[in-house]
Design a protein. Structure first.
Length: 234
């Protein structure tokens, strides 16, 4: 089997976006439905939640990824100065890191240390990988991360939004949304297992269990608040 390729670093954003859209929007409509809202009000709430979640996810992933990249760039700039001013210490550190990846042979290790000692750019590159655990091909663009998360959140929210657009009664809308969300979660589980080469059944059941328990809790909390508020009004 072949590796996933150069886009594998975005799988976090893909799964997070669509999964969050599926589950959080479903929990939102279940909660407000349990609170006694009418179909039109549930639809408005669901649309608002989908748009807010989309924008929030997009902005959050953009800022988080950009901040992470900036932290890394600052660390690499500091590492570059260490290599320039304290190369002997960095070489000692490299010697210890080589042991961690299984290079313990005396002659081979000595040759590698000599090579990196005389090549500061190569030393920076290997320290970037061994000390900071970063490979250039695995870096994430904040723009792509934000767009992927935001768009897929909105896509994931649709199974819980669309049923109420047809002006069905709240109970019917929740049932249709639950079925559509379950299908969506199963599809996401299947796609995830294609990437992770894990068990489709366990991955799908994990998603469905989280959504099911969350839905039951959201409905119960919504019903409780509806009961409390109606009791106070009476």
């Amino acid at each position: 089997k072949e590796h996933l390729g150069k886009h594998r670093q975005y799988w976090r954003d893909i799964i997070l976006g669509v999964n969050d859209g599926l589950i959080s929007t479903f929990l939102l409509v279940v909660g407000v439905s349990g609170g006694g809202m009418a179909t039109k009000d549930i639809l408005i709430t669901a649309i608002s939640g989908a748009l807010a979640g989309c924008i929030s996810m997009m902005a959050g992933e953009f800022v988080a990824t950009k901040s992470q990249n900036e932290v890394l760039n600052a660390e690499l700039a500091l590492e570059r100065s260490h290599i320039r001013d304290y190369r002997d210490i960095e070489i000692q550190e490299l010697s210890g890191l080589l042991l961690l990846i299984g290079i313990s042979d005396g002659e081979l290790k000595d040759n590698l240390v000599k090579f990196y000692e005389s090549n500061p750019e190569a030393l920076l590159a290997i320290m970037k990988s061994l000390e900071f655990g970063v490979v250039d091909e695995e870096l994430r663009s904040p723009y792509w991360a934000g767009v992927a998360s935001g768009f897929l959140f909105f896509l994931g929210s649709l199974p819980s939004v669309l049923p109420f657009a047809f002006q069905v009664d709240p109970l019917t809308g929740i049932i249709v949304a639950a079925i559509a969300t379950a299908v969506g979660l199963a599809v996401v589980g299947g796609i995830k297992t294609w990437a992770t080469r894990a068990s489709f059944v366990s991955s799908s059941m994990e998603n469905l269990l989280i959504a099911g328990l969350g839905g039951a809790l959201a409905y119960a909390v919504g019903s409780l608040f509806d009961h409390i508020l109606n009791t106070k009004v009476d």
